[in-house]
Design a protein around this ligand. Structure first.
Ligand code: ADP
Length: 626
C-alpha cells in the first residue's frame, strides 16, 4: 500500500517525495510492451553519440595537419596535405550527415513510443477510474480527474520519450566525449571533468526545487480545471442567480494562484539554463588558461588546444540537454505520482472470491429467470424471486456519522414498498446500499437469501434496475441509450419502448430510434428522458425495480403516461419506490417510514393512518397543502 496520502484527499503542502525509482518502475511494463521500438531507439543513440563527439577531434586534426604538428595521425602525415584535408572534411561531412539523419529517425521513433505508452496508460486509468467506488467520486472533483487523465498522462508519456531515452543519449554522449578527451590529453580532460562535478550538484539542487514547484503548479491547474468544469456544468444556476461576477472573481483568484506557481517553477527552470550558460564560458576560459600554459611549455599542440576549446563548448551541451530533459522528467514524475496515486486507489467494491455453492445458487436463480423469459417471450419476472432482506444494517458516509441505523426489514418477492420520510432521512442511501454502490458499515443485505457481497456485481446490477429522478443519457442514438451496450434485438427495443409508452414519442423524433442525442441529452425534456430510462429498465426485465423519486420531475401529461407504464412494469416485480408526494404511493403493499436513518413505522397506507403517527402527520400536512 502506498504511504503517500492521495493528493485528492490531502492538502498539497504535505507531500513526502515518493521513491522515483518505484514510480518509474510502474512505467516499465508499458515500455516493455513495445520492447522492439524501445530497443531500436536506444540502439540508434550509439552512432549518434559517436558522430557528434568526433567533430572537435577532426577539427583538431585538421589544424595539426596544416601546422604539421607531431600529434597528427600517422596515415594523414604520409599523404599530401590537400588529400589529408579532404579526408578529414569528408569524415566531418559523414559524421554530420549520420547525426542529422539518425537524430531525425530516432526522434520519430521515440515520440511514437511515447504516444503508445500514453495511450495504454490512459486506457488503464479510464478502466480503473470507472471501477472505483462512488465514495471515491464523493471526495474527488471531476476536474481533477480530467486533468489527470489528460495533461498528466501527456507529460507522463514525455518521461519515456523525450526524458528517459533522451537522458541515456546525453549520458552516452558525455561518456564518449570524456573517453575521446582523455585519449587526446588527460590534463585538459581532467579539468573539464572537475568543472562538471559542482555544476551537476547545483543543477540537481535547482531541479529538486523545480519539481516541488511543479507539483504545486499541477495542483493549482487541477483546481482551475475543477472550477471551470463546475461552472460549465452549473451554467444554468450561474446565470439564473447572476453569479457570473462572483464566480469570475473566484476564478480570478484561482487563476492568479496558478500563475504565481507557474512563475515559481519557471524561475527554477531558468536558473538551470543560466548556470549552464555561465559554466560553458568558465570552461572555455579554464581550457584557455591551462591550455595556453601547456602550449607554451610545448606539451600540447595548437590542434589539441583547438579541439579542447570545441570540447569545452560541446561537453556541457549534453548536460544542458540533460537538465532540460530532467525538467521534462521532473514534471513527468510529478504526473506519474499523481497518475499512480489513482491507479493505486484501491477498488473498494469488488467481487469477492466466493465458495462455489452460493454462487451456483444465485446463478441458478438468474439462469432460471432467463430461461423462463425466453420461453414466455414476455417481459415478466419470476414470481418466487426478488426477496430483499436488510439485517442489522448500519451505514456511515464518514467515520461514525451514521445515516442508517440498525435497519431490519424483509421485502417479499413481488411486493411493492414505498420509502417515505423527510429529506436526509436516508432513503437514497438505502438504495445505494442495495445496489452496492456503498458497503454497509455493519450488518448485511440479502437478495433471495444471498449476501449481496457474494453476488457478482454484474449479476446484481442485472437483477435490479434503478430509475433515478434525473435520467442520465449518453451521447449516441436513442437505441443505444436503451440497450446501453448490451445485446438486444431491434424488436426487443421496440417492445420495451412500447411497454413503457415511449414508442410514440420516439417515432415522432426525426430519425426515430436512430436519432442522435446530444451529450446529457439537452435536446430532450426531462419527462422524455425519464421515459427512455423506463424503457432502459424494462428491456432488462429486472427482478427488482427501484424508483428513486422517478416521477417527481414530470409534468402532469407525461406523468399519466409514465404512471400507466409503471403499473405495467411493476407487475410481479419486487419494487421499492421513493416518493415525496404520498398521493403517488397509496397502492403499495407496505410503506416504510424513515426518520434520521431509522425505520420508525411500517404498514399499509390505511394502517399507518390509523396509527396516527409520523406518517399520518406527514400525510395530513400534504393534504393541507393540496
Ligand atoms: P434522503 O434520500 O432520504 O433525502 P439521503 O440518503 O440522500 O437522504 O441522505 C441521508 C444523509 O446522508 C443526509 O444527511 C445526507 O446529508 C447524507 N449524505 C448523502 N449522501 C452523502 C455523501 N455522498 N457523502 C456524505 N454524506 C451524504
Amino acid at each position: 500500500m502506498s504511504i503517500l496520502p492521495s493528493p485528492t484527499k490531502s492538502n498539497s503542502e504535505y507531500r513526502p517525495r515518493e521513491n522515483d525509482w518505484r514510480l518509474f518502475s510502474r512505467l516499465i511494463p508499458y515500455g516493455r510492451r513495445h520492447g522492439k521500438l524501445l530497443a531500436l531507439s536506444m540502439f540508434l543513440l550509439v552512432p549518434i553519440a559517436v558522430a557528434s563527439a568526433i567533430k572537435p577531434l577532426l577539427v583538431g586534426q585538421a589544424i595539426s595537419l596544416i601546422r604539421q604538428e607531431p600529434n597528427t595521425y600517422q596515415f594523414l602525415q604520409n599523404m599530401p596535405l590537400w588529400q589529408g584535408l579532404n579526408i578529414l572534411i569528408g569524415m566531418l561531412l559523414i559524421a554530420t550527415s549520420v547525426r542529422l539523419i539518425l537524430t531525425g529517425v530516432q526522434g520519430y521513433l521515440v515520440q511514437k513510443l511515447g504516444q503508445k505508452i500514453t495511450a495504454a496508460i490512459r486506457e488503464d486509468l479510464f478502466h480503473h477510474v470507472t471501477s472505483l467506488s462512488v465514495r471515491f467520486f464523493d471526495s474527488t472533483p471531476v476536474g481533477k480527474l480530467i486533468t489527470r487523465l489528460t495533461s498528466d498522462v501527456e507529460s507522463l508519456g514525455d518521461v519515456f520519450s523525450t526524458g528517459a531515452v533522451g537522458i541515456i543519449s546525453d549520458l552516452l554522449s558525455m561518456i564518449v566525449i570524456v573517453g575521446l578527451m582523455f585519449s587526446i590529453q588527460s590534463q585538459l580532460a581532467s579539468l573539464l571533468v572537475l568543472i562538471l562535478i559542482p555544476v551537476t550538484w547545483l543543477i540537481i539542487y535547482f531541479q529538486q526545487q523545480y519539481r516541488d514547484a511543479n507539483y504545486k503548479t499541477r495542483e493549482e491547474l487541477s483546481g482551475l480545471n475543477s472550477q471551470l468544469q463546475e461552472n460549465i456544468i452549473g451554467i444554468n444556476v450561474v446565470q439564473l442567480f447572476r453569479r457570473e461576477k462572483f464566480n469570475a472573481e473566484l476564478f480570478r483568484v484561482t487563476n492568479q494562484n496558478y500563475v504565481k506557481q507557474v512563475d515559481n517553477s519557471i524561475w527554477y527552470d531558468s536558473a538551470v539554463s543560466a548556470t549552464l550558460e555561465w559554466v560553458g564560458l568558465v570552461a572555455i576560459a579554464g581550457v584557455l588558461w591551462l591550455g595556453s600554459g601547456l602550449l607554451l611549455e610545448r606539451q600540447i599542440s595548437f590542434g589539441i588546444l583547438s579541439a579542447f576549446i570545441l570540447y569545452a563548448q560541446q561537453f556541457f551541451e549534453p548536460l544542458r540537454n540533460f537538465a532540460e530533459k530532467f525538467t521534462v522528467i521532473q514534471s513527468g514524475f510529478t504526473a506519474i505520482e499523481r497518475v499512480v496515486n489513482i491507479l493505486e486507489e484501491p477498488i473498494e467494491i469488488k467481487d469477492y472470491p466466493q465458495p462455489e455453492s452460493t454462487r451456483v445458487d444465485f446463478e441458478l436463480g438468474y439462469i432460471n429467470e432467463i430461461v423462463a423469459r425466453l420461453e414466455s417471450q414476455e417481459f415478466t419476472p419470476i414470481p418466487t424471486l426478488g426477496e430483499i432482506k436488510f439485517e442489522n444494517v448500519y451505514f456511515a458516509y464518514k467515520n461514525d456519522d451514521y445515516v442508517i441505523k440498525n435497519l431490519n426489514f424483509t421485502i417479499h418477492p413481488g411486493e411493492k414498498i414505498a420509502l417515505v420520510g423527510p429529506t436526509g432521512a436516508g432513503k437514497s442511501s438505502i438504495i445505494r446500499l442495495l445496489c452496492r454502490l456503498y458497503e454497509p458499515t455493519q450488518g448485511r443485505i440479502l437478495i433471495d437469501g444471498v449476501d449481496i457481497r457474494k453476488i457478482p456485481q454484474i449479476e446484481l446490477r442485472r437483477y435490479m434496475s434503478v430509475i433515478l429522478q434525473e435520467a442520465f443519457l449518453f451521447a449516441g442514438d436513442v437505441k443505444s441509450n436503451i440497450t446501453l451496450g448490451d445485446n438486444y434485438s431491434f424488436a426487443e427495443i421496440q417492445q420495451a419502448a412500447e411497454k413503457t409508452n415511449v414508442a410514440t414519442f420516439i417515432n415522432q423524433l426525426p430519425h426515430g430510434y436512430d436519432t442522435q442525442l446530444r451529450e446529457r441529452a439537452t435536446n430532450l425534456s426531462s419527462g422524455q428522458k425519464q421515459l427512455l430510462a423506463f424503457a432502459r429498465a424494462a428491456i432488462r426485465n429486472p427482478q427488482i425495480l427501484v424508483l428513486d423519486e422517478a416521477t417527481a420531475s414530470l409534468d402532469v401529461g407525461t406523468e399519466a403516461l409514465v404512471q400507466e407504464a409503471l403499473n405495467k412494469l411493476l407487475i410481479k416485480r419486487t419494487s421499492i419506490i421513493i416518493a415525496h408526494r404520498l398521493s403517488t404511493i397509496r397502492n403499495v403493499d407496505q410503506i416504510f417510514v424513515l426518520k434520521r436513518g431509522e425505520l420508525i413505522e411500517q404498514g399499509s397506507h390505511e394502517e399507518l393512518l390509523q396509527q396516527q403517527g409520523f406518517y399520518a402527520t406527514l400525510h395530513n400536512l400534504q393534504m393541507l397543502k393540496a
